[in-house]
Design a binder for this molecule. Sequence first.
Ligand SMILES: Cc1cc2nc3c(=O)[nH]c(=O)nc-3n(C[C@H](O)[C@H](O)[C@H](O)COP(=O)(O)O)c2cc1C
Ligand SMILES: [Mn+2]
Length: 456
Amino acid sequence: MPDIHDLRSFIRCLEDAGQLVRIRRPVSLEYELADVAAALERRRQPAPLFETVVGTDWPIFASAVAGPTRAALALNCQRGEVVEVMRRALDPVHGIAPIRVAPEPGALSAAWQANVCTGDQVDVRQLPIPTHARGDGGPFITAGVVISRDPVSGRGNLSYNRMQVKGPRQFGFNVNEWRHVREFLDIQEAQDEPLPVAVAIGLDPAIMIAAGARYPDDELRIAGAIRGQGIRVTRGITVDVDIPVDAEIVIEGYLAAHERQPEGPLAEFHGYFGELWESPVFNVTAVCWRDDPIFQTLIPGWNEHVYLGNVLPREPLLLNHVQHVARVVTGLHIPPYASGFTAIVAIDKCNPGEPKNVALAAFAAHVNIKWCIVVDPDVDIYDPADVLWALTTRVDWSQDAFFVPGAQGHEMDPTADVRGVHTKIGVDATAKKERRGYEDRVRYDPADLSQYLPRV
Ligand SMILES: Cc1cc2nc3c(=O)[nH]c(=O)nc-3n(C[C@H](O)[C@H](O)[C@H](O)COP(=O)(O)O)c2cc1C
Ligand SMILES: [Mn+2]
């Protein structure tokens, strides 16, 4: 069982599983790095470790958990078990609290305390922060996990908040209305106080996965549940929040009270650019890093963005709902290449009407789901080509598809109105041999191509 506890151990695990590609050719931080990572993600290729990046000595890793293959490695399970493992980890009953490492005299309590830069020494423009998409407003930290604390209860919190470089010690910090960080900032602002936060970059993927979930407690407990033991944390150097000791890079600072500045645009999860936001301002008090750090980024508006935010936390919800109506669910997936709006459910159908009930249950599982495709167990739900084949050869559209007009969806779905009202569609793409008999489907055994092809 691989011991994954930080980014380095995860990278080793990926390399052993053929899920890492080391890129030695120099790449530019502007566009080129993201272009390469995006192409790899869309083709479901290994995650890139860019070893030579122009203008920095630090390697950059991207696309850590861009889909189910690497999620399975991160969660130490089979690909078909990811939903079940996530369902267990997201249940607060199984949460495991972080463990606070006390500083010992003369020793570091965290690897990232090896290099510390504070006050006027800090210039975040020296960090290798990519400009990802043409259309983004500039360089953004996208894979930073934000650690904050409820000023009232003291409970810790993890979230993603994109951060746009604004100056040597300042970022624009995006935060939506209904986020926990927003609640904490509101509480502080009512007393004209800033909110201390830390941003950890380069992490155990269990923490990356945890940060994408909405959870009633400290999301580090989700990461603890995944690892079966508490995540080791230590207090920040200039802020009172508990930061994972194994982070590669840590940025500490404060969200200024009552300050707002234009921030954005950035590639959004639905695959279009967003608008400028009036966002809070993050003032940096310290930047710290491990010796020979690895910077980590996440390609905005692309697979990993959708997978962490809209897939991993929601597939367990979908499973709960479809299990309620279908006798035998053999698999389900919300594909990260479809903005989290599509659900694919495989069932061993027991009744001709069951697939349509499954689709209805999927719409109830989460408002974002607008299309549910129900297939037989022989269809590979992770392979868009196999799903398209089932849609083509097993669907009579006038009988097997149904619309739900005027249903609630996501306001940012470009087909919905400004309130998010749109039409949902359910498709029964299971075979109906009772309509007309036909022979078995063609099958070839999956060949291990690495045995036959030169390494690319
Ligand atoms: C890759 C990624 C980027 C995100 N970026 C932002 C962001 O910039 N602003 C924001 O408010 N939420 C963003 N989110 C959503 C929240 O960080 C995430 O849903 C988290 O659960 C919110 O934390 P909370 O439940 O503790 O409020 C992002 C999610 C992901 C997965
Ligand atoms: Mn939270």
